[in-house]
Write a protein that binds this ligand. Structure first.
Ligand SMILES: [Mn+2]
Length: 414
């Protein structure tokens, strides 16, 4: 079986509250389309975080619909499988499942119940995708807590049928212990990470999303290679389609995976994504020492035809005028969207004794960029003794669901 594995598209993402990324996503999609043509894969897997927010706007949904419908029309024998991530609304994605079935595209939003033994016989059918004569894909969306039982039940279900010894792939959207989290703004200890053993037994390749850095678990150094070979039982993050934050200072790739047979060998090829816009920290060689130098650096970048996302690094003891960020915005206005400013300054040379307290203080720009209340809680959890993240997460999900119902009832009444 040969397939493309990608994840974390985050369609509809707005950077720094100002800049839409639709052209960047279209640039990515054009490359993905080209890779489908070149490599003729049996399947395309998108492992969660399709959209950046639970209720994406009309133009974002249009981009999504248009791209995947066209892709299916152009490569009708390639099975497209898309699962929901934590940024997606599980129920909204699931609601679209029946419509996409008409187009032979599989969209999975809702995970199996945590207590799967209570489910009716054959519940596994909702998650098993058969690629005729080539292999099996178990398509699992984002799930909270350990779902070892459900995952193993699915693997056993497939194993019973798989007398031909075809490759078995599982899709998931979760953090796994042992992963490199560079680029994510949460502390590793606060992130709910699964033990690799919780992923079950009997898969050849685990196609993960959620962590934006492409990596094969336990083989981080291999990422410079174009091609790697592994014995089966590979756990891999494809990485995100675009750089989602400026801290993601590594190349992004789409994974092309070939597996000869169940228990055989995994051939992994990394397809390097060309990004429409890059991230820069200015000045490039040292932190700016003064307000004037910082401003001058931005001017110079613009005059030299620089484009992309920029962020300033400034020496900690530098005084900035209160309207500093506004001055930068004004300076960049003539460049429209081509130079995109991240107002969160990187402070350098912070005196060491100040570091522990500074870590928990948010800048206004930090807070403005937090769209998920869980981000705030995860970063301040040390202040709240006895708080369990799992309970809070599920409370949020419940409240969200209640709000959605109220909203729907409200709009029906109107
Ligand atoms: Mn995610």
């Amino acid at each position: 079986m040969k397939f493309l594995h990608t994840a974390d598209l985050h369609l509809g993402q707005v950077m720094y509250q100002n800049y839409g990324r639709e052209d960047e996503h279209r640039h990515f999609f054009a490359q993905l389309d080209q890779w489908c043509a070149t490599h003729q894969p049996d399947a395309l897997l998108v492992s969660g975080d399709i959209f950046d927010i639970q209720q994406p706007g009309a133009s974002t949904k249009h981009t999504f619909n248009e791209f995947f419908v066209n892709l299916h029309n152009r490569y009708p024998t390639m099975q497209i499988v898309i699962t929901a991530g934590n940024h997606d609304s599980a129920s909204r994605i699931q609601a679209d499942n029946v419509v996409w079935q008409l187009g032979k595209v599989i969209l999975i939003g809702r995970p199996p119940a945590s207590n799967c033994t209570s489910l009716p016989d054959g519940w596994q059918e909702d998650y098993v995708v058969r690629i005729d004569g080539k292999g099996y894909i178990i398509a699992l969306p984002f799930m909270t807590g350990s779902r070892r039982e459900a995952t193993q039940s699915l693997l056993d279900y497939v194993a019973k049928e798989n007398i031909a010894g075809l490759p078995v792939v599982v899709m998931g959207h979760t953090a796994v212990v042992g992963t490199d989290y560079t680029g994510h703004n949460f502390d590793i200890g606060h992130l709910q990470a699964l033990d690799p053993n919780d992923l079950g037994n009997g898969y050849d390749y685990y196609a993960l999303g959620h962590i934006h850095r492409p990596q094969t678990l336990g083989h981080l150094d291999d990422e410079q290679e174009e091609v790697s070979f592994y014995p089966t039982g590979v756990i891999r993050y494809s990485g995100s389609a675009l750089h989602v934050s400026c801290d993601e200072k590594y190349p992004h790739t789409v994974s092309l995976v070939e597996i000869d047979q169940h228990g055989g060998e995994v051939k992994l090829s990394r397809l390097r994504i060309d990004e429409l816009r890059h991230f820069y920290e200015l000045p490039t060689t040292h932190p700016a020492q003064s307000y004037e130098e910082a401003l001058e650096t931005v001017k110079l970048f613009a005059q030299e035809g620089g484009k992309g996302y920029i962020r300033l690094r400034i020496n900690y003891d530098t005084d900035l005028p209160s309207d500093f960020n506004q001055q930068i915005y004004d300076l960049l206005e003539v460049y429209h969207d081509e130079i995109r400013y991240n107002p969160k300054i990187v402070w350098e040379n912070i005196p060491t004794q100040q570091e522990p307290t500074k870590r928990l203080v948010f800048e206004v720009a930090d807070l403005q960029q937090m769209t998920d209340p869980m981000d705030f809680i995860e970063q301040t959890i040390d202040h709240y003794n006895g708080l369990t993240l799992d309970e809070i997460r599920s409370a949020f999900v419940e409240i969200e669901e209640e709000c959605r119902k109220l909203q729907e009832e409200g709009s029906r009444k109107r």
